[in-house]
Design a protein around this ligand. Sequence first.
Ligand SMILES: Nc1nc2c(ncn2[C@@H]2O[C@H](COP(=O)(O)OP(=O)(O)OP(=O)(O)O)[C@@H](O)[C@H]2O)c(=O)[nH]1
Length: 324
Amino acid sequence: MADLPPPSPPPAGLMSHDWAEGHRSGFASFVGRPNAGKSTLTNALVGTKVAITSDKPQTTRSVVRGIVHRDDAQLVLVDTPGLHRPRTLLGERLNDLVRTTWAEVDVVAVCFPADEKVGPGDRFIVTELAKVRRTVKVAVATKTDLATPEQIGQHLMDIERLGRETDTDWAEIVPVSAVAGDQVALLEDLLVAQMPEGPPLYPGGELTDTPDETLVGELVREAALDGVRDELPHSIAVVIEEMVPREGRPADRPLLDVHANLFVERDSQKGIVIGRKGARLQEVGTNARKQIEALLGTPVHLDLRVKVAKDWQRDPRQLRRLGF
Ligand SMILES: Nc1nc2c(ncn2[C@@H]2O[C@H](COP(=O)(O)OP(=O)(O)OP(=O)(O)O)[C@@H](O)[C@H]2O)c(=O)[nH]1
């Protein structure tokens, strides 16, 4: 887990005069309360699955980026964890990370799900965000396919009012549905318009610069979280120990060996993850493997082990070991 990446040096041979006049580039970050639709929107904009979605709150833990490439612009999306009232050391570190990201990006887009009322959670985030003065703020009403036109109208007014009450100057307020594809292109245009003029920051065609290990770890975590009890998400961490091509395979039949450790905090959680006679872990492994194969485009053998790291969220040494 790292701060916002320094932009890669321009690709070899790309001199400053090589980029078209008026080309824009920069960083945008979607924020919002858990489940607001940030990851889904990132995916809709980038057009491939790079950020992790889940119907469980607070599953986005890594800073996973997607890059929107256009002839006239390059938009780098930074998908941050949700800001929440810190209860553990991990919570505090995540909040620090979120604020650092906000100050470094060009635009922060706050997502307000249209199927839920603007509430205290949103107010908390917007109040914190208002303290980061320099960054342009955009409001996005997400999941509009789940609301009636009347509800959407009311929602937009509520967002506008929250802006006034928190002294937040919304550069735009945009309703979108990432699932229905409604207004996603418009949102992209509006975000691009907020970017400074500049050359592409990343080589063309690169969808994300998150290391494969991080994405693979997130996919395993996503599979492990699917359908488990609500208290588990905070207690699962995945570390990819090794990703190596299997030796001695014919060139047309490669196999990638992935060794992953899935850490939980307590023995009881270990039982939940593994399931009766290992049935659940096997299912998690199969689901994760399919996702990894789709991501990397190669057959994968996934070796998944569950380990207990007692109270890792409260222990600085363990946090470091698990990459926080
Ligand atoms: N119907 C509908 N569902 C959506 C839309 N966008 C997101 N969802 C669903 O809402 C849930 C949460 O979406 P995510 O994109 O994971 O939300 P998030 O804000 O990244 O969530 P965290 O990682 O928990 O902060 C998922 O079940 C999505 O499928 C949308 O436009 N329409």
